[in-house]
Design a protein around this ligand. Structure first.
Ligand code: FAD
Length: 329
């Protein structure tokens, strides 16, 4: 499988391809397979760092019982199987890149641009964007916008940059606990703050965190972020209100918040495609949107039955109309 291989680039730097698939959830992944069967090559783009959409992001360990011929299958297992299934067609994945622009050109082809600056020149487009791009839930404290990306982070891009710093981590899921365990050995200080006694994270991670607390290597506070501490426009820490009512003033260089992700239709709503109730309107014969050559399948289309089997089934239908569109241009 290719990961952003610098292939098929025309003059001007755009990647030329027959089809771009927006979204690497189950629907986008199966679409790659379906197109591959007809010898149509595709590039697949997702704003998340890994393929799998809702299955990987929201419920990787949950069993799924309604996939034909698989009496039970874990959600992540399903994604792993789909990735295995597309391997023979060697699609190129562009992960961690939101598609921000889509425009139809006078020659009938499409220009797509991602937030990372990757450009595509595509013959047709299949939007399999589910409920939209997953966005981090933000900390939402007064003045916090100004520090996002520099002092307040929702993902860790480079763990080494956090070494030797005073860190406060918020959250009780796997991301919060994994980063706590990863960063604690090299941090100048680290405090984990979580709003309740129960954690969503894997129990062994929680147990390890408690061992570090008992050994005096980090602090844990059950409570909520209450306000930022600043000095002359510089972030110096965070106020935390403990569940027991205690007010804590924590000195910090960096705050990391892992409150989960929520999906947002985002830039897709700006591409001039007809919408109904924040979903893409399609004709349900071809699954074509209001712009010929742009198709939409799965949860992103208005009226979708939001189940994996339905989503991937639409990929089998749309395949023939994508082929027809490419052939008749
Ligand atoms: P998604 O899985 O949402 O994938 C869409 C992808 O598109 C995402 O990865 C997103 O990041 C990406 N994307 C969006 N916008 C952009 C953009 N502009 N640029 C780049 N990438 C973008 N279904 C079942 O059949 N059985 C079940 O048991 C079941 N259980 C579920 C349990 C839960 C808790 C939830 C939330 C859903 C469940 N579902 C279940 C529903 C199922 O997960 C969805 O129907 C399925 O994931 C839809 O697939 P999709 O590919 O259309 O969309």
């Amino acid at each position: 499988m290719n990961l952003s291989a610098p292939d098929e680039r025309a003059a001007g730097g755009a990647i030329q391809t027959e089809v771009v698939i927006v979204g690497a959830g189950p629907c986008g992944l199966f679409q790659v397979f379906e197109l591959g069967l007809l010898g149509i090559n595709a590039h697949i783009v997702d704003s998340l760092a890994t393929a799998g959409g809702q299955c990987t992001e929201l419920y990787p360990d949950k069993p799924i019982y309604d996939i034909p011929a698989l009496p039970v299958c874990g959600a992540q297992e399903l994604v792993d199987r789909l990735l295995q299934q597309v391997k023979p067609f060697a699609p190129t994945f562009h992960l961690g890149q939101e598609v921000t622009e889509l425009a139809k050109r006078p020659d009938g082809r499409f220009t797509l641009v991602t937030a990372a600056g990757t450009r595509f020149d595509a013959g047709a487009v299949v939007i399999a964007a589910g409920l939209g791009s997953f966005q981090p839930r933000r900390i939402g404290l007064e003045g916090s916008d100004a520090f996002e990306g520099t002092r307040i982070h929702y993902r860790v891009r480079n763990a080494r940059e956090l070494h030797g710093q005073r860190l406060v981590i918020f959250g009780g899921g796997d991301s919060a606990l994994d980063w706590t365990l990863e960063l604690a050995p090299n941090a100048r200080s680290l405090t984990l703050v979580h709003r309740r006694a129960e954690f969503r994270a894997a129990p062994p991670s929680v147990a390890k965190m408690r061992e570090l607390v008992a050994a005096g290597r980090m602090r844990y506070i059950e409570g909520l972020a209450d306000g930022l501490l600043t000095d002359n426009g510089t972030l110096t820490g965070v106020r935390v209100k403990g569940k027991d009512g205690t007010a804590h003033q924590l000195e910090a260089d960096q705050l990391l918040a892992f409150f989960g992700l929520h999906p947002k239709l985002g830039p897709i709503a700006e591409w001039g495609l007809a919408l109904e109730k924040k979903a893409l309107k399609v004709d349900t014969e071809k699954f074509q949107t209001s712009i010929p050559g742009v198709f939409a399948v799965g949860d992103v289309r208005y009226g979708a039955v939001r189940r994996v089997a339905n989503s991937v089934g639409e990929g089998s239908i749309v395949l023939y109309f994508v082929h027809q569109y490419l052939a008749n241009r």
